[in-house]
Design a protein around this ligand. Structure first.
Ligand SMILES: C[S@@+](CC[C@H](N)C(=O)[O-])C[C@H]1O[C@@H](n2cnc3c(N)ncnc32)[C@H](O)[C@@H]1O
Length: 177
């Protein structure tokens, strides 16, 4: 399954950390790419450093217009999943998502434009209470992949954690470029 994420909008400065965390969750939970608007360029550098140390080639792409990305992806066969507390219950819809091959997940920052509800193939709520795009995204990605995302190998890592019961065990390979 190919998973990409788009974040719509951001409250300048105030949201930098949240935006970075949306990107980190996307990467760690199996997405290959995030599109984001109006952001601090340092977020891209942060994710490049993470790739460099922990492997993989997760991509951050800055965009001017979220709507054209959503429309282009739809034409390219992606199903659009918009995360919204007003949507259908994830518990009712998750089985249906397992059959999808290409997914673009849309998360908001503040109030999202009305159009996204109509453009989406699915409007999905992770509980019908307001919380956070970081948590909603993590839970959706886990429900879609049934935990398999945590078995993914991140190639060319300089550091790889060997899971351990107590303390930290990290394999270091500094020969990697
Ligand atoms: C901080 S919320 C802002 C929501 C805003 N008040 C609105 O009405 O659109 C930011 C984003 O988190 C996600 N989100 C928050 N709670 C959610 C929930 N219960 N289920 C799904 N997504 C949620 C949505 O993608 C939302 O756009």
């Amino acid at each position: 399954m190919i998973i990409q994420v788009v974040r719509i909008g951001q409250r300048v400065v105030r949201d930098d950390r949240v935006t970075t965390h949306v990107a980190l969750v996307s990467r760690a939970f199996g997405a290959e790419k995030i599109f984001m608007t109006e952001v601090n360029p340092e977020i891209k550098d942060t994710l490049e450093k993470i790739n460099n140390t922990w492997g993989g080639d997760f991509i951050v792409e800055f965009i001017d217009n979220w709507k054209s990305i959503v429309k282009n992806k739809k034409e390219d066969g992606f199903k659009i999943i918009h995360l919204s507390m007003y949507g259908e219950k994830i518990n009712d819809i998750q089985v249906q998502l397992h059959k999808e091959e290409k997914i673009l997940v849309v998360v908001g920052a503040e109030k999202v434009p009305r159009e996204i509800y109509d453009l989406a193939d699915y409007n999905i709520a992770v509980g019908s209470q307001p919380h956070s795009e970081i948590s909603a995204l993590a839970i959706l990605l886990d429900r879609i992949q049934n935990g398999k995302q945590f078995e993914k190998i991140f190639p060319d890592a300089k550091r790889r954690i060997i899971p351990t019961k107590n303390g930290k065990n990290v394999e270091v390979n500094e020969t990697r470029a």
